[in-house]
Design a protein. Structure first.
Lengths: 356, 356, 356, 356
C-alpha cells in the first residue's frame, strides 16, 4: 500500500518520476468491451500538457501515450490497461544547485523526513508530472462513463481576486486560462503575465461538474461519493481545499434555505428545485448535477530569492530555477476532471453490487 | 467493500442503525501492548452523546460501551477490538408518519435510489448515530498516538456569522457550543436558542488541530495525509467542505507570501516560520501543527413545513418530528477529532514500512 | 489490515477470543433485499457447535446468534450485518497451569513471537472458536447464493486411513463424523473412540462441493477463484493442504488424460465430459461442479505428556487439559462450507463489474 | 479490483498479454534505500525464460527488463517501481486457426464466459507469459529479504512417477529439470523427451523452501502466512494443489506424532525438533524452515487431436499448434520462488505494525 493506487473496482496504479525514464499508469478493473484507442487518451493528455501557452511552463514534451496491454481489436478485454508516456525533455541539471536545499512550499523536506533521501530532479515523484497517469486513466473512465451519458467538465472559476461570473461552456477551451467567462478571461491572462513579471505566482479555484450521473452512486458510510471525491481532489498537488455544492457557504445558511425541496421533474424523475447539496445527499448521488470546487495554492516555485535551510538545518537562501508555471489552474482543469471521472467510474461499478 | 470500513493498517469497520439493536465498531490492526479499558472509550463517547445541553437534541441514552474482544489483562492483544453500544432509547414511532416521504436534505431518496428500500426509523444507518463507532475507534487511536505525544483537539470556530477570534483551549469544553472564544461562546448559544424558536437550524465550521505529529506521515501520491483527512472529514454526515492550513484562502494568495520559509527551530529540528501549509507538504506531515477546517451544513431536520414528494414522486408537505439538533457543531467536535485521530494512527503505522 | 477481514465486495470482519466476552462478525457488502433472520444463521452455527456428539469436545454452549444491524423488516438493507455470539461456558482456569508453556502444535509460541504476549485462555483468538464468525457469515452467503440456485455441501471423505468410497449425500448429517459412506461411517466413529482412549488425535480430509455455480466467476490473475479458495481454506485452523479437482493427482497424469474435453450438455450449455479441473479453468468457474479437498492435521491438544519449553526456552513437560476434540473433521465440514460460500458470494458480486 | 494486484504493503500490479506489446509489473510499497538495478531482476527473468533447453518451448525472447521508475542513483526511493519487458517474438498467426474453438484444459471458454470475448493470441493474459511480472517483482522481494538473510529456493521434487529422493541444492540449476537429485534428474529428462515424442505432457510437484525467516510473520486469522502462500501458489497457472509442511500426509498422522516438540536450539532460540508444521504454526512463522509443495498439472497444450466444441457449442476436433512446453516444472521453479518471496516480503513489512 505504497499509496500510488486509487479506486476499488476501477482501480489505477500510477508510477514515474518527473525526470525518470517514463510516467504511466495501470488501470485494472475496466469492464471488457469498451472501445478504446490511444487517441482517446491522447486528447486529454494534450490538454494537460505544458507548453500550450504562455500561461504554463516552457517544458515542451509531446507526451505521446502508448497502450501496452488490455486492448484487443479496439476494445478493452477486462485485463489491466497499462499506459506509458516516456520522459523526453527533462533538464535535470537545473536541479543540481538546489539538491541539498529545501525549497519552501515543496515536498523536499517532508520527502527526506519520510524516505531518508529523494530523487531531487524536478521534484521526482512529487512533481505535477505525476498527474500524467491520472489523466490517462481518467480518459478511460471518461470513455466508460460516456456509455451512460455522464459528462464531466471543469474550468477556472477564480484566479486570485478575479472570479468568473458567467459559465459559458463553449468559452472554456478558447482561452489559455480555461475561464468560462469571456469577459474575465483576458483579465486573468493579464494578471498571470503581471505575476510572471513580478517573479511571483497565483492561486485560484477550479470548479468541476458532472452531468447525468445516475442516482444511487456512493457507499455509506466512509466511502461516500463526496468523501471519495474529497480524497481524489486533495490528492492532487497544490490543492488545499475542496467543497461540494454550497460548500463552505453552508456555514452561514439556515436549514430552511439550505434544504433542497424535492419535486417531480419534467422527465418524471424525482429531483430538487435547488441544488445546494451539489448532487450528493447522504454521500449518495441524487441525479442532480454534481458540483465540486477545489482551491489550488500559488505554485511554490517562484524565481524570487527565498529563505530556507539546507539538509543540515543551516540557514540558506534559495532561488528556484527551471521551467515553472505562474499558475497551475489551466492544467489543474483536466486533472480535476480526471479525478472526478475516476471516482464516478469506480462507484458506478460498485453500485452494481448494491442490490439483490 | 460495502463502504463501512476505513483505514489501511489501523482499520475500522462500523455497523448499526439509529433505531436498530446496537451500534458499534471493530478495530483491526491496533498494535499489541496498548493499555486500554472501557473508560478510555467512554470519555469520548460521552462527549459525543446527545442530551448534554439544550444545544443538542433531547434523546438521552447513556451510550455505555462494552469491549467484546481484543483486550486481555488491560492491554490490547493485537487482535480485533470489538466495541458495542446498545440502542436503548429509540422512539421509532416518530417516523411512521413520514416513512413514505422524502425529507429534504436527508438521504431518504438517495438511499431508496441505491438500495430499493431503507430502514426509515431515524434515518437508519444514515443517522448521525452511526458516528458512535467512529468516536469509539477514535478513542483507541487517541490512546495509541498518546504514546508518542500526539494531541488532537477541535472546537467550533464559526456558527453562522459568529466567528471565534480567540483560541483559548481551556474554554472549549466549558461552554455547550465548544467555542474556544469566551466572548463569542454566549453569543453562539443565544443564536442557537433563537434558531430553535424559529424552527430552523444553523451551519458552521469546526477546526481540528493535531500537535506533535512526527514528520514523514502520508503516502504519495493518492494516500497523501491531506487526501485521507479530506476523505475522513467529508465522510462525516453534514460536512460539505474541508480545507487544510490556509485552505480556500490560498486562492487569493501569492507564492511569495504563501510559501512557508524553512528555519531551524529552537529544538534543533527543521520547521517553518509560518504555517500556511497546515502541517502538510506534498501530502506528508512536516512536523508543524496540522490544521483542518470542516464546514457543516445546518441540520436538515427542521420543524417547519417543507415541500417534498412521496416515493411515487407526488408532491407533498412534510413536517419532520423527532428529537433533533438545531446545530451539529458541538457534537461534530469529537467526531472530527476521531476522524483525524484515525487517519494519523493509520499513517503512523504505515510509516513504519517506508524505509529499509 | 490486521488480517481479520476477508473478501472484496462481500467482505467480513470477525472478532473475538475463545474465552473473551463474545465472538462475532460484521458482514459488509451484502446486497439489499435478501430475506434474512436469525434462524438462517443459527442452523449452520448449530452444525458447527461443539458438544453435538462424543466425536467432539464436551464444551457445551448454545451459541445463540444475535443480529445487531443490517436487517430491517426481515430483509437485508445493504448495510453491515453485525452478528454476535456471547461466550457463556468458558472454563479459563483449565489454562492457568500452562500459560507459561508452549503447547506443541499450537500457536502459543508464534503468537508470543509476533505480539509479545497472548491471551492464553483457550488459545485466545487462535482457538477454533474464532470460526463462529466465519460460519455465521457463511450462512448469509448461503442465503444469498441460494437465490441463484448455488448449493454448497461438504463431508468427511477421509479419517486417518479410512476413506469414504461412496458419496451418499443423505447420509452426511446422519452420522457424527459427517461421513457420506454409510459403511465407512461407523468405522470412523470407532476409530475416533479408540484414539480418544489412547489419548491421541486423528487427521483427515474434508471434501467440499459447489453445484450450479455460474461460469465466469474468478478474476485473473491473482484473484483466481481457486487462489481465493486456497486462501480461504488454508486460513482455517488445522488445515495444511488444499487441492482443486484432481489436485495432487495431476502430478502423475498426462495432458491427454487430464484435459477435460468440451461438449454440449443436454441443457444446451457448454460443459466437459470429465471434471479433473474441479470446475475451474484458468482461475474462472466453468459451470461444472467445484470440488475442493482440504487436509486437516490431527488436533494438537492431546492428553498425553509432551516435551516442550517454557517462555524462557527451558525444557518442560506439558499435559494439555481442557475439553478437546479427538478430530476436527465433523466440525470442519460447516466451516469449510462457509469459506467456499464466502468466496463464491464475493466473486459473484465481483463478476457484476466484469463487462460493459 | 480487477484481480491483477497482490500483496498489502509490498503490493504488485502486473499487466500484459502473451502477444500484446509488453508485459510488466508495478511494485508499490518497497521501502526506500534498497540497492537495486536491472541485473538483479534480469537474473531471475532469465531463469524463467523459455528456450533454455529442450525441456521447454522453442519461443526464444531475450526478455530484457527495463526499470522505468522508483530507483534513483542505484537505490529504491520508496515510490512505485515499474518494470517492463517488451514482447518481441510472438507468432500470433499460430492461433488464427483455433480462435473460435475452445482448447481443452485452457481458459478459452471460461474467459469468454466471463468477459464476452478474449484476446485469443497465445492465451492472451491467461498465458504463462503473465508470470514475467511476478518474477520481476519477486526479484525485488528477494533483494529486500536478502537484507535480513532470508533465502528462498525451489526445485522439481516430482515429475509424473519420478520423485527426487535426495535434495542436493548445488544440483538444482545444473540440470534442465531443476531436479535436486543427480540420479533422478536424467530420468526426468528422458521422460520429458518421451512425452514430447508421444505428443503428450507431464505433471509434477515443485517444492519451495524459505530459510532464516524470522518468527512472527503472518496475520491472524484470514491473512495467515500459509493462507497467503496458498493463494499465491494457486494463482500460478497450472497449479491445482498446495500443501505446507507435512501437507496431505497429516490426514494419516496422529497428534502424538505430528506435533513438533519445542526445544532450545543451539543458537539459544526456541525451535522444534521436527518440522511437520513446515515452519508455520497458527498461521505465523515459527523460525523453522518454511516448506511448501505445489502440484502442477500437465500442460493443456498437446499436439494430439482432441475433442472440443466451438463458440456455438458445436462439436469439433482441435489440434493445438504453437510452441509449448511438455512440462511446466522447470519454469515453475522461479515462479513459485517469486510468489513465496512476495508473500514473505509483504508480511515482513506488515509485521512492523504488530506491536506497540
Amino acid at each position: 500500500m505504497g499509496g500510488s493506487s486509487f479506486g476499488t473496482l476501477f482501480r489505477i496504479s500510477t508510477f514515474g518520476e518527473s525526470h525518470g525514464a517514463a510516467v504511466g499508469v495501470v488501470v485494472d478493473g475496466c469492464p471488457s468491451g469498451l472501445p478504446l484507442a490511444e487517441p482517446d487518451i491522447q486528447h486529454d493528455l494534450d490538454r494537460r500538457r505544458v507548453g500550450q501557452s504562455r500561461m504554463t511552463s516552457a517544458r515542451n514534451e509531446p507526451d505521446a501515450v502508448r497502450i501496452l496491454s488490455g486492448v484487443f481489436e479496439g476494445r478493452t478485454t477486462g485485463t489491466p490497461i497499462a499506459m506509458v508516456v516516456e520522459n523526453t525533455n527533462a533538464r535535470s541539471q537545473d536541479y543540481d544547485a538546489i539538491k541539498d536545499l529545501y525549497r519552501p512550499g515543496h515536498a523536499d523536506y517532508t520527502w527526506d523526513a519520510k524516505f531518508g533521501f529523494r530523487d531531487y530532479r524536478g521534484g521526482g515523484r512529487s512533481s505535477a508530472r505525476e498527474t500524467v497517469g491520472r489523466v490517462a486513466a481518467g480518459a478511460v473512465a471518461r470513455k466508460l462513463l460516456g456509455t451512460i451519458g455522464v459528462r464531466v467538465f471543469a474550468y477556472t472559476v477564480q484566479l486570485a481576486h478575479l472570479r468568473a461570473e458567467r459559465i459559458d461552456e463553449a468559452e472554456i477551451e478558447r482561452n489559455p486560462m480555461r475561464c468560462p467567462d469571456p469577459e474575465v478571461a483576458p483579465q486573468m491572462v493579464a494578471l498571470v503575465e503581471q505575476a510572471r513579471r513580478e517573479l511571483d505566482s497565483l492561486g485560484g479555484i477550479v470548479e468541476v461538474r458532472a452531468r447525468s450521473v445516475p442516482p444511487g452512486l456512493g457507499e455509506p458510510v466512509f466511502d461516500k461519493l463526496d468523501a471519495d471525491i474529497g480524497k481524489a481532489m486533495l490528492s492532487i498537488p497544490a490543492v488545499k481545499g475542496v467543497e461540494i455544492g454550497a460548500g463552505f457557504d453552508v456555514a452561514q445558511q439556515r436549514g430552511s434555505r439550505n434544504n433542497d425541496p424535492f419535486t417531480r421533474r419534467e422527465d418524471g424523475h424525482i429531483g430538487t428545485t435547488s441544488n445546494h447539496a451539489g448532487g450528493i445527499l447522504g454521500g449518495i448521488s441524487s441525479g442532480e448535477e454534481i458540483v465540486v470546487r477545489v482551491a489550488a495554492k500559488p505554485p511554490a516555485s517562484i524565481a524570487q530569492e527565498q529563505q530556507t535551510v539546507n539538509q543540515s538545518g543551516d540557514p540558506a537562501l534559495i532561488t528556484v530555477k527551471g521551467r515553472h508555471d505562474p499558475t497551475v489552474l489551466p492544467r489543474l482543469v483536466p486533472v480535476a476532471e480526471a479525478m472526478l471521472l475516476l471516482v464516478l467510474a469506480d462507484h458506478w461499478l460498485r453500485q452494481r453490487a448494491a442490490r439483490l
